[in-house]
Design a binder for this molecule. Structure first.
Ligand SMILES: [Zn+2]
Length: 568
């Protein structure tokens, strides 16, 4: 949007309301006297607003009508727009930014609501959680836990015998938060028929301790043998749908409590699409969703393509995965992990990537392919380059999910073809104990927000929750300091400023979903998504940005956090 003079201020507001521009270009004072009243639903005054609009980066007040900003400016001017029915909030000098946008997240909520959360720091705490669930579980039925993190135990490593001590009579699985490895107890091994002499399958591994016994940890496709053994809790189709809706409601509360107003779902199933729609129709969806479908055949074959939906639930693209994980140390690189000869794994061939990209690109879909390592990123870029040469599209904005380890050649090709990388944004801070496996030299080129910004690439940020925490203020701290929770610095050359981090967290996320004309900054005409922060992250000590309190989150003019504010 072009730079506006004060005199143009209400013209834009009027356009936002769908009024004709003629006769509307007047000052706020004359608008009141001429009877041209905007009558905003909500006005926020006395705030320190970072608009992320380069034409007018700072403001004191904003007005909202029908879910969109209609005025942004000085408190005295905006206050004049209030009518008797306008709710006026005095921000008391607190800081306001556009609502935060997470460009890659896995949003279900079913585990969070109904599963056993083992994001715990001792073996005993994990045992207690499993024991408590087993006590309420019929004999022979699985006890299933999630969110375990193998590198964060005070008294690890977790071993199969710990699970046996806690739960001797039920099969148990404890899933890693990264999604690539799971721990099982002896009942589960027995049900699956896995013995000491069982060999590893081609795309997986049964890990062993120093005595040669299985230690319980199982990776990738080796986990397939546990899928159809033992008794699973069963649900009718209606029950599954209801649980998914409740999960979505729960996650939407958590995400908006952290200040997120838009979240890109990086792998939504057909059932999850229904969960978004169910939650939205029940008024329970507090954030906007941009869905990358996995699989997408049902929609593609119905003739749908990228862009279908509305400002709340939109079909964004199709999602694939071409290599391993950063946090679980399996991504495919051109150089090995520190002190090993392990280069990581690929999960797609070049030919498979070409086929997937050609098919989706030709049918009007945006593509997002998980590629962490430089080898995988190169393969994905080759496919995008080939498809764009065959079917040119200057603004398709295909995505490379994570795009963790880059080099100058990859960055210049990403820039040239308008590709969107979505690097992890909470990982440096939260997963610090894992980066020694890469070493600081590699970390200078990993999660490379600074490199992308300097190259002119519009780079958003991404949590990949559950693998990473989704809190955007932790993300801003992580990108600004490149310092982990124990104070170790990883890849200091990738540090960015608070202002740059704010852009990454807002307008660049909007660009990544091709919705930058509708959100990502506080400008008249855009969707009224914003957060009020207790403190200004520019003024806070960088190591305390993550502790700033979210005072209020507003999506489309509606306060979605706190859940039931006293003032509305
Ligand atoms: Zn992911």
């Amino acid at each position: 949007m072009a730079r506006l003079s004060r005199a143009d201020f209400l013209k834009v507001s009027a356009l936002a309301l769908g009024w004709p521009a003629a006769g509307a270009s007047c000052t706020s004072a004359s608008s009141q006297s001429s009877g041209l009243r905007i009558e905003p639903d909500l006005i926020l005054v006395n705030a320190k607003i970072y608009t992320v609009d380069p034409a007018a980066p700072r403001a004191e007040a904003l007005a909202i009508k029908n879910g969109r900003f209609v005025a942004v400016g000085a408190s005295s001017d905006v206050r004049n727009l209030a009518s008797r029915r306008t709710q006026v909030i005095d921000a008391g000098g607190q800081t306001v930014t556009p609502g935060f946008i997470d460009a890659h997240c896995h949003v279900s909520g079913v585990n969070e609501l109904f599963g056993v959360n083992t994001n715990l720091r001792t073996v005993k705490a994990i045992q207690d959680a499993l024991r408590a669930r087993a006590a309420k579980t019929p004999p022979g039925q699985w006890v299933t836990a999630f969110m375990f993190d193998d590198t964060k135990l005070d008294d690890g490593p977790l071993h199969r015998r710990h699970l046996d001590e806690a739960v001797p009579d039920h099969p148990v699985s404890v899933g890693h938060r990264g999604g690539h490895t799971t721990w099982y107890n002896s009942v589960a091994f027995k049900l699956a028929g896995i013995t000491r002499t069982t060999s590893d399958p081609e795309h997986g591994r049964f890990f062993r301790d120093e005595t040669g016994q299985h230690d319980g940890r199982v990776a990738e496709r080796a986990r397939d043998v546990f899928a159809n053994v033992g008794i699973r809790e069963t649900f009718t189709a209606e029950e599954r749908r209801e649980r998914s809706r409740q999960g979505m409601r729960h996650m939407s509360e958590l995400l908006t409590a952290a200040g997120l107003t838009s979240v890109h779902d990086a792998g939504a199933s057909q059932a999850q699409l229904t969960a978004y729609l169910d939650a939205h129709h029940n008024g329970e969806l507090r954030h906007r969703a941009f869905l990358m479908m996995r699989p997408y055949d049902h929609l593609r074959d119905a003739g749908a393509y990228t862009g279908l939906g509305d400002e709340w639930v939109r079909i964004g693209g199709v999602k694939y995965a071409a290599d391993g994980s950063a946090s679980e140390r399996t991504m495919r690189m051109s150089t090995p992990y520190t002190g090993t000869t392990d280069y990581g794994i690929l999960t797609m061939t070049q030919e498979q990537i070409h086929e997937a990209v050609d098919e989706a690109h030709a049918k009007g879909w945006r593509v997002g392919i998980h590629a962490n390592g430089d080898v995988a990123i190169d393969m994905v870029l080759k496919a995008y380059e080939r498809a764009l040469a065959k079917w040119p599209d200057a603004d398709r904005r295909h995505r490379i999910e994570h795009c963790s380890l880059v080099n100058p050649d990859l960055v210049s090709r990403i820039r040239k073809h308008g590709v969107i990388p979505t690097p992890f944004w909470t990982y440096v801070y939260y997963h610090g104990e894992k980066w020694a496996n890469y070493g600081d030299e590699k970390m200078q080129s990993m999660f490379a927000h600074k490199t992308f910004l300097d190259a002119g690439v519009v780079v958003p940020g991404a949590s990949d929750y559950t693998p990473g925490p989704f809190e955007p203020l932790m993300a801003i701290q992580s990108m600004v300091t490149r310092t982990d929770y124990k104070g170790r610095v990883w890849g200091a050359s990738q540090r960015i400023s608070v202002d740059e981090a704010l852009r990454v967290a807002t307008i660049n996320g909007a660009w990544a979903s091709k919705e930058e004309r509708h959100k990502g900054s506080i400008e008249a005409g855009k969707l009224a998504d914003f957060v009020i922060l207790e403190k200004d992250p520019h003024d806070a000590p960088p190591e305390a940005i993550k502790d700033i309190t979210i005072v209020r989150t507003v999506t489309g003019g509606r306060t979605v956090f706190p859940k039931e504010p006293a003032s509305t």
